[in-house]
Design a protein around this ligand. Structure first.
Ligand code: SF4
Length: 266
């Protein structure tokens, strides 16, 4: 019997994007320093989580007090960071604080959170011989029940008309739903919610918005219509066929630890 392989929920899209890169990072444990872009995402996650937890606990932390967590994450990162040519530490700090403030004023008041950053240590899917791990950003209460919310930061996740393209995000939302149900012990019967925060440089372009995805977890397990997404993931990791994808947008020396030796890129 093959060993059970652990897949972090946040890495699932990377597995489908370039299995060779996923294997190098998650199985061979080859790491690269972080980037300013990744640090910005972490900073906003840290400060908004602090704020939401304070609201949940009635601690009374102000928006600007919680913003200090974003500044700390950028000024005192826990990992090594390489600043790319187009990244500037001061700009990243300004964007992180600005997005934090917009989130606290425009998104958080509309939510009824039940839990913040819910970590599931291990959810074993024995049929597929894989285990899922990961942290769900938020669990919120809605009129229909409970649902997960996932904060996503990127340059243009929110369009000018405040819409968010949800295509391609559903299966990852589905995994967060499974993890949240396992860790929280309650069914996630409401649609999954993406909270999009634009990391653009100008304040006007730093749009924040939400979008919903219905029945995300249905994609994960197969039915008469074919294999589920988790079955594809299990087949890739257990086959050992970690082929490369040189067309990946992460096929770059700053994002791939085997960039200099990868045969698929030649
Ligand atoms: S160099 Fe490109 S193709 Fe090769 S593993 Fe890295 S991302 Fe994939």
């Amino acid at each position: 019997m093959k060993d059970m392989i652990t897949i972090r929920a946040s890495s699932l899209s990377a597995l489908f994007d370039c299995p060779a890169r996923w294997s190098a990072i998650h199985l061979e444990k080859k790491f690269l320093p972080s980037t300013g872009k990744a640090l910005l995402g972490k900073a906003v996650h840290a400060s908004t989580a602090l704020y939401d937890q304070s609201v949940l606990d009635n601690q009374g932390l102000t928006v600007s007090e919680a913003a200090a967590a974003a500044v700390d994450a950028i000024r005192k990162p826990e990992e090594d960071v390489i600043w790319l040519e187009d990244e500037n530490k001061g700009d990243v700090e300004d964007i992180a604080v600005s997005l934090h403030i917009k989130y606290c004023h425009h998104i958080a008041p509309e939510q009824e959170y039940q839990a913040v950053e819910v970590t599931c240590d291990r959810l074993e899917i024995t049929d597929l011989n894989i285990a899922l791990t990961g942290t769900t950003d938020r669990i919120r209460k809605t009129e229909e029940g409970f649902g997960i919310s996932d904060i996503k930061t990127s340059k243009s996740i929110v369009a000018a008309d405040n819409s968010i393209k949800t295509a391609g995000h559903a299966y990852q939302m589905g995994v967060y739903e499974l993890l949240a149900e396992h860790a929280f012990g309650v069914a996630m019967s409401s649609p999954a919610q993406i909270i999009g925060l634009n990391t653009a440089k100008t304040i006007a372009s730093q749009r924040v918005a939400t979008a919903e995805i219905e029945n995300a977890a249905d994609l994960l397990i197969g039915n008469d219509g074919g294999m589920g997404v988790l079955e594809y993931a299990a087949k890739i990791v257990h086959s050992g066929l970690f082929f490369g994808n040189p067309k990946s947008m992460f096929c770059h020396k700053s994002y791939c630890p085997i960039y200099n030796t990868c045969k698929f890129r030649k």
